[in-house]
Design a protein around this ligand. Structure first.
Ligand SMILES: NC(=O)c1ccc[n+]([C@@H]2O[C@H](COP(=O)([O-])OP(=O)(O)OC[C@H]3O[C@@H](n4cnc5c(N)ncnc54)[C@H](O)[C@@H]3O)[C@@H](O)[C@H]2O)c1
Length: 333
């Protein structure tokens, strides 16, 4: 079998997970890598014995094309998408891009339109759509009378990358991190009818207790989303939590069942008769990467659960929630 030649744009934390996948996928050759940080690009190149090493995506695209690569993976910080996807589109290269794919909705819509025109295979890094536990949640929700309450939470501390601590460079915790659960809600319930959100700053102090002097993002936020069929979801995000934390994930109360999905770990299904606790069995990032590479190899994209156009809808819902945080208004769709 001919190997699928991939180029890696951004060799930071998240690309590390994709690199781990590719080490388990003999059908993939990491043929080119790019990152402005020399140590990162060189470590990535060494890991795969890759000889084509570039300082950024511009250098990579100047030298690479459809004759030398079959696909690219893009995992750069949210504000660094200045040509990372457009370069792939211009060269007809399928790409997998990490969420949030941009913080500029106009750029996202333009990219989505170009992808459609070129019929390009794309995937967004919504890894949770490939989780066995989320598949089980979806199967139960699809079987039951749809209505009810959903409570979702992503509560923790402040992640490491510098850009995470500024709302203007990360989009806020909802858009950067809790977008996984936001996307999960869209996967379960379809498009939102309305969103209202509020947020707080002032609990965490920039420059104190190891917090970056740049810190200005929300300490916590709460989003209320109405879906069709009498579903109301409340999604909370927080990064001020330190030594003890509540359960994160989704709690869905159906008329005769409670689905208690513990973020990427286990699913507890409770009925009047029984309680089942099911552990996660899959590596969902590996499944995401396999789905993308398989689509590139066969031309059949049906295994990709979050193409760019769909991922953009989750991102736009996150942007609408941010708008509601600013305006204190309900946003109707
Ligand atoms: N799907 C997931 O579960 C998941 C998990 C973590 C992060 N992410 C997302 O992945 C993205 C990257 O996050 P991260 O944690 O790896 O950040 P990071 O800061 O660790 O890595 C980003 C890398 O991109 C490089 N970069 C910046 N501009 C570039 C350019 N023009 N060309 C090539 N490389 C460039 C940076 O030098 C850096 O090494 C973010 O959007 C983040 O939200 C997704």
């Amino acid at each position: 079998m001919e190997k699928i030649r991939v180029g890696l744009i951004g060799c930071g934390g998240r690309m590390g997970a994709h690199m781990k996948s590719f080490e388990q996928m003999p059908e993939v050759e990491v043929a080119a890598v790019a990152d402005p940080i020399a140590e990162r690009r060189e470590n990535a190149a060494k890991r795969f014995g890759c000889k084509r090493v570039y300082a950024d995506h511009r250098e990579l695209y100047a030298a690479e094309n459809k004759n030398t690569l079959d696909a690219v993976l893009i995992a750069v910080e949210p504000t660094a998408h200045d040509g990372t996807e457009e370069g792939a589109i211009d060269r007809g290269l399928p790409f997998l891009v990490e969420k949030p794919m941009t913080l500029d909705v106009k750029q996202g819509r333009k990219i989505a339109a170009q992808i459609k025109e070129k019929k390009l295979i794309t995937a967004v890094g919504f890894q949770d759509r490939y989780l066995d536990l989320m598949e089980m949640v979806k199967a139960e929700v699809d079987k039951a009378p749809k209505g009810g309450l959903v409570y979702g939470a992503w509560v923790g501390g402040i992640p490491g990358p510098w850009w995470w601590q500024k709302k203007s460079t990360c989009g806020g915790q909802l858009v950067e991190q809790n977008i996984h659960l936001l996307d999960g809600l869209r996967w379960l319930y379809g498009e939102a009818e309305s969103v209202w959100a509020t947020c707080t700053t002032g609990m965490i102090h920039a420059g104190q207790n190891g917090v970056s002097p740049l810190y200005d993002t929300d300490d916590h936020s709460t989003v209320v989303i109405r879906f069709a069929n009498h579903v109301t979801a409340t999604l909370v995000s927080a990064c001020y939590s330190r030594s003890v934390r509540p359960n994160c994930g989704l709690v869905i109360t159906l008329p005769d069942m409670i689905l208690d999905y513990r973020l990427r770990n286990n699913l507890i299904i409770r009925t009047a008769e029984e309680t089942r606790d099911i552990p996660r069995k899959v590596d969902q990032t590996l499944l995401l990467d396999q789905a993308f590479i398989n689509a590139v190899r066969t031309g059949d994209a049906s295994g990709i659960r979050s193409p760019y156009e769909d991922g953009l809808k989750s991102l736009e819902l996150g942007f609408a929630a941010n708008e509601s945080m600013e305006t204190e208004q309900v946003i109707h769709f």
